[in-house]
Design a protein around this ligand. Structure first.
Ligand code: SF4
Ligand code: SF4
Length: 306
């Protein structure tokens, strides 16, 4: 039997229990910090940096001035509301967060060991068994913290728990092949199918994402394609046709999830001091339903999942 040499550490920004949207059944979703993409519509902008950082919630600040008094620069409030000042000055010393009486400054990100994650997951074993659920590792991009992710997967798989990875698809082919034996399902994000637009909006090339998808498909792992739909960006027939082509090339794909863009990333951006973030409109229910029909009109064999 393979011995446990290490208890690897990783940075986690959230653990959601009783999740029903991140794979089959009832799941525990572990959100890891760090992403190689920088999508301008990201719902979880606090996932992008691999390090811990601070949320500042101006709405609950009572303006007591304690943070400014303790900050080495004397102006914590100003620093926390300006992403450039944060980069320039803030060393994330947490002194301001420790003295804030209103909890308006919150640390995002916590170090866990893989054993601690497995212990968290085991709390909900009866729910997984009754619902065919399991664990989902999400992010950020789970493979950015590759050693941590594969360590969790190996430990969880030994307990016969279903494993899902929610991935941007952007990591080396070798890493995908190494985790694949421990993954039951990949939720595979495809944001935009035009190569130039993909680079423009996400900062990363599209091609490796599609090539990696084919690699895990050929390996035999199940996938579900996750499409975030944003009216100004990708709700058009050209995108749907490209998605249908990608889908047709896959052997083990289980279906497509259509996910409407939500504006709630905006307030998170502001809490990170990013005030000049991009804004998009949320698709209406009718636009989502039209997108579903448009994809099935191109190929009625495509399974759209709820
Ligand atoms: S984390 Fe430290 S340096 Fe940054 S604003 Fe707070 S007190 Fe100032
Ligand atoms: S310590 Fe907290 S409540 Fe007081 S001014 Fe700073 S952020 Fe606001």
């Amino acid at each position: 039997m393979e011995s446990e040499v290490n208890d690897i550490k990783g940075v986690v920004f959230d653990i959601q229990r009783f999740s029903t949207h991140d794979g089959p059944g009832i799941r525990t979703t572990v959100f890891l910090k760090g992403c190689p993409l920088a999508c301008s519509w990201c719902h979880n902008p606090e996932s992008q940096s691999a390090h811990y950082e601070l949320f500042f919630n101006k709405k609950i600040c009572i303006d007591c001035g304690s943070c400014n008094k303790t900050c080495p620069f004397g102006n914590a409030r100003e620093i926390l509301q300006d992403s450039e000042l944060r980069k320039e000055k803030c060393g994330s010393c947490l002194l301001c967060a420790n003295v804030c009486p209103a909890n308006a400054i919150e640390k995002v990100g916590k170090i866990y060991t893989s054993d601690e994650i497995v212990s968290e997951i085991e709390k909900d074993l009866p729910f997984y068994e009754n619902s065919n659920g399991g664990i989902t590792i999400s992010g950020g991009e789970p493979l950015l913290q590759y050693d941590f992710t594969i360590d969790i997967l190996k430990k969880v798989k030994r307990k016969n728990i279903h494993t899902t990875i929610d991935t941007s698809g952007f990591a080396s082919k070798e890493k995908f092949l190494e985790v694949a034996p421990y993954v039951d399902l990949f939720l595979w994000d495809i944001k935009i199918t035009d190569e130039n637009l993909h680079k423009k909006y996400t900062g990363a090339p599209l091609n490796p994402i599609i090539e990696n998808l084919k690699v895990v498909d050929l390996y035999g792992t199940k996938t579900i394609l996750s499409l975030i739909l944003i009216p100004e960006v990708n709700m058009n027939d050209q995108h749907y046709k490209a998605i249908a082509n990608i889908y047709s090339d896959l052997i083990n794909v289980q279906g497509i999830r259509l996910l409407p863009y939500h504006e709630y990333g905006n307030s998170k951006n502001e809490r990170l001091g990013i005030m000049n973030h991009d804004s998009y409109s949320e698709p209406t229910d009718k636009e989502m339903s039209d997108a579903c029909k448009a994809i099935q009109k191109i190929n009625n064999q495509i399974k759209i999942l709820q």
